[in-house]
Design a protein around this ligand. Sequence first.
Ligand code: IPT
Length: 985
Amino acid sequence: MSVRTTSPTSVPYVEYVEYVEDLSPGRGTLPPRAWYASSDVVSLSLDGSWRFRLSATADAEDDSFAEEGYDSGDWAEVTVPGHWVLQGDGDFGAPIYTNHLYPFPVDPPRVPTENPTGDHLRFFDLPDDWPASSHPDAVLRFDGVESCARVWLNGTDIGEFKGSRLPHEFAVGHLLKPAGNVLAVRVHQWSAGSYLEDQDQWWLPGIFRDVTLLHRPAGSALDFFVHASYDHREGTGTLRVDSEVDGRVVVPGLDIDTKTGQAVVVPVRPWTAETPHLYDGTLVTDGERVPLRIGFRTVALEDGLIKVNGRAILFRGVNRHEWHPEHGRALDLETMREDVLLMKRHNVNAVRTSHYPPHPAFLDLCDEYGLWVVDECDLETHGFTEQAWRDNPVDDDRWTPALLDRAARMVERDKNHPSVVVWSLGNEAGTGRGLTAMAEWIRGRDGSRLLHYEGDRNCRDTDVYSRMYADHAEVERIGRGLDGGPRKRRRLPLILCEYGHAMGNGPGGLADYQRIFEEYDRIQGGFIWEWIDHGVKDERYGFAYGGDFGEELHDGNFVCDGLLFPDRTPSPGLLEYKKAIEPVRIKGDGIGTGVGIDVGGTVRVTNTYDFADLSALAFEWSYDVDGEAVEAGALNVPALAPGESADVKLPEPPADARGAETRWTVRAALAEDSAWGAKGHLVAWAQLPLAGRPLVGIAAGERPVRDGRGGIKLGPAVFASRTGELTTVGGIDVVGPKLDVWRAPTDNDMGAAWQSDVRYGVLWRKLGLHRMRHRLDAVELADDALIVRTRVAPAASEVGLRTVYRWTSDGTRLRLTVSVAPEGDWNVPLPRLGVRLGLTAGDRVRWHGGGPGEGYPDTDSASMLGRWESTVDELQTPYVRPQENGARAAVRWAEIGTGPGLRALRVEGEPEFWFTARRWTSEQLDAADHLTDLTDLTPGDTVWVNLDHGQQGIGSQSCGPGVLPRYQLWARPAQFSFVFSEIDG
Ligand code: IPT
């Protein structure tokens, strides 16, 4: 073993681990090529259980384990694909979460001495059908190893590689034996490559994608490039398959049988994300038949727009990290399919593979089901922002070979996917010559797709102007072309490669973005950040996030910012997004005038797909009285072409609903089962108000009287005479109600620490809105009302809310009118404004209002008016870090009681209100860090109910703009009423 000095700091270093800090992408690997499976290539999956030994440093053990005959008897086992830190019950270290900080000293390319190193061993025999003659041509493929691996087969050192989420292949035929093969892989958590992989995610070392041995017969295809373009004027496709090895290309469905390298022009059905038509074909070489799935489409930048097949497209996208709560980034095919199906079912049409090429099978699914893909390279050097980007590898020529290697591995692997329409150089890597070199190489290799990189603000190397988290006003300005900027950029379309930060409750304002996207041609949509919460399943917490593994540096729950909860349950954010981006717009002729629709009017239906007509959808109307559909029928909507609208007549409304609130609900659903959704799956909908809700009005006949036992009686209610607080309504015990302005701040309320703009969640706590004091000024018994006067205010401040509760009754019902008059200089909006009351029992809720899920002022598009039912527990939205959640919007009335058909408290609102009920207080919710903090509470019997006149919007400030002014809840004089009664369900 030789020891030498590798750095000016004179650290003696062991040569056999020198490659770890070497800038080169690797040694011994084959040139990158297309990823494909062919029926003639016998393959042997080496996935499964591997022998495993963990060392604390890269040089703790020598490489004798790779030798044949080594006794690994006392080694542990890990599952491949997998990350060792998520296995071994804590014996194999733990995950680390940082957003952009490198969890090691920044001294590129050096990495810490503490460098967890996993030695992996796999023993295998060749299968019986393995063609002996093929040994010379066998290939060993690694689809993903984080972050650096050295490989030995049967004792021979075959090389090493970096580039975690990229494939690496070795020619191994000469080393294979029919039986008793030993594959040894040494994986280092940290390497020079780690500097290029500073994505906002868990650091998860391991062999996390498949390991496969492929035999390659003589005359196999090796590599090929399918060029399949579409001429929308002629309706023809041009197919040319370039193959490293000459052969024929056969596409029976198109009567094509031609030589590789030769172009054929035939009439075809094009591929689009909405109409993912694929033709099955075969590339036939002497030794191999490779199945092809060919999608004809042409991507171009034309008239300053991204066009596919001659038409501008609108991205309704998401950023997808690979995530599974137990397996990290080791995803199985079913999980990938679930992602694709969930996207399709929620009207998502595009995915940015943030921030690395995904498992290749995911792209097959995108081809098959139809999603536009921005395929992003495995590159991020975000941590260099901490030193003003000094020494950034992308601006240092020594790193360029590694960058080019990454670009090539992505492009070569994924070039045959019709779904991939844009290549992205990476994410948050600053700027530099290395990026330009990547862009130039990619353009030279594949001129058929566009190039993206958000960090290239001047669009020097890119084809689209890309931004992240730009606020609505700025996007609108760019839409109008008022953003200035370099000349090249002014001629380019804008996409938001990230927007709508889905951390915790939210994001808010999505529908407002969508309106802008649809209004301005130049804005071609965006990608929500992000698809799924990266919560780690954990016995202690339910789902763990940054800091839960004792990391010395971490970014907390910033890793839980997805539209799906870690277990892939859609969050309200995804439902909101689905509604905001629905591909059909349905509007009433009276919309905007407050009436929604003229009686017997028409609805205007607009097809906002880019390619599909509406023939796949069936429309239905229902006529709803007090939230219940009393009649429904089919609505005949023509199969409108993209962009077309039609006015469609609704039937005569049934006349017998006088005195009730009525509305039309129009739904567009799948007419037949499709590849991704069942017949009846709801795609788009609208509600059109007809007759408004009659006032609840009760005659205030009753007079409050002291009952001589310390109470005041008013109709069905009893109040505490000293405080004027309601204690019972009929037979129902009540605590409160009292004015309440506090909510457990959401991640979006709190905002991101680095943001310079006002963060209201921080100011709320500073002002003390979580510790409001209620001063009682008077309890007055008037002729027909009980009046309680108070002032609600936080300590140490002059601001306050004069609050008067006025109670009246008609004998059976009880009406509360709350009047609020702000005092002092309120320089923050209120979190909420309403009353909170406690009920000693109650587990079921029925309501007429928005549902079935939660809705806040800027997240209520998906909230459908109707009659809904739920348990109190099901009203809770399980945000991984607990925070305000679960409000039902626009509630007309709600009933909360015990068991179906049992006694319940009914609340009618005037006007409509936000309804929230939970088994813990807002203070307990606020104090909780994990869901288990709530479920572990000794459950009190009290159900806390918030009836809110107002709620502050949600916004997206956890990494983006705050709440739009129109959704802010500023303290203003307000008055609102509730009518309480006891009902026997
Ligand atoms: C942006 C990153 O690109 C993404 O990876 C993620 O970190 C996201 O933010 C926040 O969740 S970078 C942003 C700080 C501008």
